[in-house]
Ligand binder design. Structure first.
Ligand code: SAM
Length: 450
C-alpha cells in the first residue's frame, strides 16, 4: 500500500512517540537496547504506524488493529523474492504476533493521546474488515437480466453513487447496493448528468471501457482455476494475484471464496469512481487507483517474475493518455488489450497463470501483426485453453471475445513449439472446435480482425 506524504510524516512522528514512551517505561540499562532495536526495525514500525493512522480514519479500534497488522503482513509476504523468504517472513510474523499486537495497540493509543496529526486524504469507508461469505455471494448475484436492461443498470449506478457520495459509513447493506454498480459501458451519462455530483460524474471513457464481466463467467472461471490455485497455495502459502483493470472487482470477488482465501489480491483501477467503490466493497485487499501503466512502472522490480495469477478483462481500443506512464520500451503496444496481455503475462512467476478476456483478433486475426504477436506470446507462455464466447456476453457492445488461459514457461523458447504452430497460424478452433461456444453466424477469415 502506498501512503501520502502526510501519512508518512504522521507515522514517523508516531514511531518517535513510541520509542520515547518505551524508554520512559524501561530501566536505564535497557534504554540503549530499545533505541538500537527501533533504529534497525524503524522502517517496519513506520509501515505499521502508517496503517494505524490510515485505519483510524474510519475503522473501530479493534478492526483497525486487526486490519493494520494483516495488511502489513500481506504486503511484506507479497514482496518476498522467493518461497523460502516468504516462509521466513511468515515465521517471523507468527513468532512475534503477540508483541506486534501489543505495539499496534500502543501506537493506536499514542496517536489518540498525542493527537498525531490525522492526514486529510479521502477517508476509507470500511467499518468491518472481513468480507463474509454471504456478502461475496451477494456481490456475485447481479442477474443477467439486470445487466441487459439499461434502465435497471442506470438506476443501480445512481443508487451506488448516492451511497458513495453521501459520506455515510459503509456496512453490509451499503455494500450490497454498491454491487449493483455495473459501470457505464453502453449507457448514457448525459441523460442522468443532473443526478450525479461533480466528483462522482464519470469521464466519457467510461462509456467505452466499462463493460464488466458477467458474474456467471467469473464464477465459472473460479471453478476451473480452483485446483491450480490450491496447488500453488500448497507450495507457496500465499498466492500473489493481480487484476490490472479491476472495475469493481468482479473477478476478484469470484476468486475469493473458500480456498481462494490463500490469494493476496492487488487490484488496479483507472477510474477513481470504480476504484473507490471497489475499495469500499473490499477493504481487505490492496486497491490501487490509477493507470496500470503507472503502477507497473513504479513497482516493476517487485512484480517481475513474482506474480502467480493474473486475471483481466482489460480495456479494448487504442491506448489513451496513460500510454506514456510506462516507459518500458518493450511494451509500446498501440492496442490497449495487447499491452495488458503482454505486460501482465511477462510479470508471471514460472508456471504462473494468466487469464484474459480479450477481443477475438488475438487468437484468429490473420494480419501479419497478429501472426507475429501470437508467436511472441507463445514463445514465453503456453496456451492452456481458449474459448470463444457468444457476442451476447456484453449487451450492446456487439463484440466477439475469447477467454484465454496461459501458463508462463518461466523463460523464452528459441522457436515456436511444434504443437503451437497451428495456433500461431490462427487455427486454434480447427484443433478445438468444441471451444467455440455459441453459434458462428459469420466467419471473418481474412477480414480485418476486430
Ligand atoms: C472492460 S472493463 C473490465 C473491468 C473488470 N476487469 C471486469 O472484468 O469486470 C475495463 C476496466 O479497465 C479500466 N481501465 C481503463 N484503462 C485503464 C488503465 N490504463 N489502467 C487500469 N485500468 C484501466 C476501466 O476503467 C474499466 O474499469
Amino acid at each position: 500500500m502506498q501512503f501520502d506524504e502526510d501519512t508518512k510524516r504522521g507515522a514517523k512522528a508516531l514511531v518517535g512517540e513510541l520509542v520515547e514512551d518505551s524508554t520512559r517505561r524501561a530501566r536505564p540499562d535497557q534504554v540503549a537496547g530499545i533505541r538500537s532495536y527501533y533504529e534497525t526495525k524503524g522502517g517496519l514500525y513506520r509501515q505499521l504506524a502508517a496503517r494505524i493512522l490510515y485505519s483510524r480514519r474510519s475503522l473501530r479500534r479493534e478492526d483497525g488493529l486487526e486490519w493494520s497488522l494483516r495488511d502489513l503482513r500481506n504486503d511484506i509476504l507479497s514482496r518476498a523474492s522467493s518461497p523460502e523468504s516468504q516462509r521466513q517472513f511468515e515465521t517471523w510474523f507468527l513468532a512475534r504476533d503477540k508483541m506486534l499486537r501489543g505495539v499496534s495497540a500502543r501506537l493506536w493509543d499514542l496517536a489518540e493521546q498525542h493527537s498525531v496529526p490525522q492526514p486529510v486524504a479521502t477517508p476509507i469507508v470500511a467499518q468491518t474488515v472481513e468480507i463474509p461469505h454471504e456478502l461475496l455471494v451477494k456481490y456475485m448475484s447481479v442477474p443477467l437480466s439486470a445487466e441487459a436492461d439499461p434502465a435497471k443498470r442506470t438506476k443501480g449506478n445512481l443508487l451506488a453513487i448516492e451511497v458513495m457520495s453521501s459520506g455515510r459509513s459503509i456496512g453490509f447493506a451499503e455494500r450490497e447496493i454498491l454491487a449493483g454498480y455495473t459501470g457505464w459501458g453502453g449507457l448514457s451519462i448525459e441523460s442522468v448528468a443532473g443526478a450525479l455530483p461533480p466528483k462522482w460524474t464519470p469521464s466519457s471513457d467510461a462509456l467505452i471501457h466499462e463493460y464488466y464481466t458477467p458474474p456467471l463467467l467469473c464464477l465459472s472461471l473460479a471453478r476451473v482455476l480452483r485446483k491450480y490455485v490450491e496447488a500453488m497455495a500448497r507450495t507457496k502459502g500465499t498466492v500473489r494475484a493481480l487484476e490490472p483493470s479491476a472495475g469493481i472487482g468482479r473477478f476478484v470477488n469470484a476468486l475469493s471464496f473458500g480456498s481462494y482465501k490463500a490469494v493476496s489480491w492487488t487490484a488496479v483501477e483507472y477510474s477513481p469512481i470504480s476504484a473507490a467503490i471497489l475499495r469500499a466493497m473490499r477493504p481487505d485487499i490492496r486497491v490501487v487507483e490509477g493507470s496500470f501503466e503507472k503502477f507497473v512502472a513504479a513497482e516493476e522490480s517487485s512484480l517481475m517474475g513474482n506474480i502467480d495469477l493474473v486475471v483481466a478483462n482489460p480495456p479494448y481500443g487504442e491506448r489513451g493518455a496513460s500510454f506514456n506512464d510506462d516507459p518500458n520500451r518493450n511494451y509500446r503496444e498501440r492496442k490497449a488489450y495487447v499491452y495488458f496481455l503482454r505486460r501482465c503475462l511477462d510479470l508471471l512467476a514460472p508456471s504462473g497463470i494468466g487469464v484474459f478476456l480479450i477481443p477475438y483478433g488475438f487468437l484468429t486475426g490473420q494480419s501479419a501483426e497478429y501472426l507475429s504477436l501470437r508467436k511472441r506470446v507463445l514463445l514465453r507462455h503456453h496456451l492452456m485453453a481458449a474459448f470463444r464466447l457468444p457476442s451476447s456476453l456484453f449487451p450492446g457492445a456487439n463484440i466477439v471475445t475469447d477467454l484465454l488461459l496461459f501458463r508462463s514457461r518461466g523463460g523464452e523458447l528459441t522457436e515456436v513449439a511444434g504443437e503451437d504452430s497451428a495456433i500461431v497460424e490462427g487455427r486454434y478452433f480447427e484443433l478445438f472446435p468444441a471451444h467455440l461456444l455459441g453459434q458462428e453466424l459469420r466467419s471473418d477469415k481474412g477480414a480485418k480482425d476486430e
